[in-house]
Design a protein around this ligand. Sequence first.
Ligand code: ATP
Ligand code: MG
Length: 762
Amino acid sequence: MTQTSQPLDLTSQLNESQIKATTHLGGPLLIIAGAGSGKTRTLVHRVAWLVNQGFEASSILLVTFTRKAATEMLNRCQDLVGATAGRVTGGTFHSIANSLLRRYASFLGYTRGFGILDRDDSESLVGRLRQNNASAAGNPNFPKKNTIMNIISQSVNCGLSIKELIKTRHHHLVEFSEALNLLGQEYQEEKKISDLMDFDDLLINLEKLLSQNEDIRREVAGRFTHILVDEYQDTNPIQARLTHLIGRDHGNVTAVGDEAQSIYSFRGADFRNIMDFPNLFPGTTVLKLEDNYRSRPEVLSVANHLLTLAREKYDKTLQPNRQSGLKPKLIITGSLRNEAELVFTKIASLIQSGVSLSDIAVLFRAASHSFELEALLIKNRLPFVKHGGRKFVELPHVKDYFAFLRLSVNPHDAVSLARVLSLLHGLGAKSVEKVLSWLQTNPGALDKLHQAPVANKAKNSLHQVSALFEKIGSSTLSPADTSREVLTFYQELLKELYPDDYPGRQDDLNEASQMVAGAANLTNLMADLTLDPPAALSKERSALKAFGSPDHQDELTLSTIHSAKGLEWKHLFIISAVDGRFPSPYSLKTAAAADEELRLMYVAVTRACDELTVTMPMEASMMSSFSAHKPAPSRFFMTIPFDKVDVFQNYHPVGPQALNSSLSSQDARYHEDTEQYYGTFSQPPENYDSISEYGIFQTPKVTSAPKGSPVDAPVTGQRVKHPVFGNGRILKVSNQKATIDFDLYGLKHVMIAYAKLTQAES
Ligand code: ATP
Ligand code: MG
């Protein structure tokens, strides 16, 4: 044992139960508690306390879900007890397995210098094997390397054979079952021969090593006197067994988690794992943390309601510790565009009121759900970071689609044309060059591309694409029609380019096309979405100043819910909470999957500290492939007692019955499913008054003055025209200034007396 100098004051930092957990001595400990109850905070203090007690820091093992989380937690420990805490071993199960395997590699037939295949490397290896596979050769529909890799990894993590997995989860690939099984075997053999491990091997091999060599297991177990695991509910069975193999001798294992937040079953995690901990470690002390320090009572009340809906009941109610605040808002909007505008407007007003962008996050079920909002953020140069998926302007298939659209408004765009030509059948790099040089003497003649001097095999494709350009080059075509023509043309190419995962990409394109269809003007939309990174960044920074943001270095967070685990934000938006998007259409086939979807909503809601806004774009629900039903709000909110939330229709406070009003009694399946999974609908109390005294969204008082008449006293919500910036909507009026969201130029502040505003069409 070593001594540390910095004293640790627990009482000012933790409550009684947290201190009890922090200072637990000897034996297994399971802290099982709801979101925001201080589990991670307690774990940090426990590590610091152990160091402070004199336990050798390097003998303490802290396991977290991401490496970033480990770094942050250990930094916090150092703040608490000094530099010694820096020697604590922290990381993910994978990173810890890597360092242990280095030492004992020879026992498994590897050298100490074994290579690690990251995801890209694994895919390249699979790609090579695929090339030599007889079934794959010449079959354009054969799954691509990343799909094959997903299947191999899922089969390892879920403990299912490749054939079983395809039968249950990838049925559209069933004809390739044999071939994929063979590829899987070849992949495993090839790695072994080449002294390579992939990420999954790290865990599997460590388990093999420790379970087959008792001396080594004892040595490793002896190295770590204490093991602490955060987010235990998302461990898979291999990880649970590893914890046991290393920790069972001394039993000094602390696991913290919340079974209601288990959201990684697709990676083999099982929320029952955490319940099984006391069986794995007999004599476990189970502690609960009751108080929630993160969220306002009103947010917790919604989260608690969600917990009551689960079929497999959770024994917990989140107890508020913080003062009362705002009621969560459920906002019904029309289109996705309406939703994005509303969220954007709200974010802009938060920034203006002094909120830092880093205190705001927008969460969604699927990465494509934020496309409309991303477009608005890009247009308005509001800096954002996206977790859990790529920004839509970076997706290759969306880039393809935009290349066609760009050419429809600018036939001289050679960069987009080169992209489009390279997608076509029969055109190699040389033919593309020939077409491009032919165009130099026939500028803009996209409807006559077939006249370019290329080999015959390219002619047919050029004929087809010329016909498309003839149609979409017409100035009379609306953005929606142009988009439809492009997608019809691109559909076949998409399937050929991405035969194994085109359905997901198709969803992205549907999402992007809804955005395009809603645009007033394609030229402007394309210009708005063109980002020149360095220039854009500085523009974004200055735009932030214009918004009045106190911190110009901030970024807004956009994130899938899966990537938001363990995190918190003061102001939180959950978007696209409509049936068919969240819950996702695929999730309601079984009660277990429906429950996982519900847990995902619970994770989302419990990320909010102060303010929660849930938006429901009803038209999106109508367009979903989910069903032929009428649009419907997410079923998770349909049974919510109406005093827990304020319901709005766009900017207007409305009665809670608005949630129900879009459903008719003929929507039998919806009702049946909802009742089956989540109980019967609750009815609003008769005298219910939904108008919140805190309502940020005031009903816009839009004047009905005729178009063109001068506007001397603009009001929030009014559509006006500015002589330079064109049409826009007034967001705020104060101190003789108006903040206007211009259709083409984004947010601007203007002096009312000089702006010469006139009434625009609403
Ligand atoms: P999750 O389940 O989402 O991972 P958690 O249980 O790990 O949540 P923490 O992130 O540790 O919860 O804590 C939630 C918030 O509450 C943090 O901002 C944390 O600093 C704060 N908090 C926790 N306990 C206390 C306490 N005793 N006093 C003051 N703040 C606290
Ligand atoms: Mg946590």
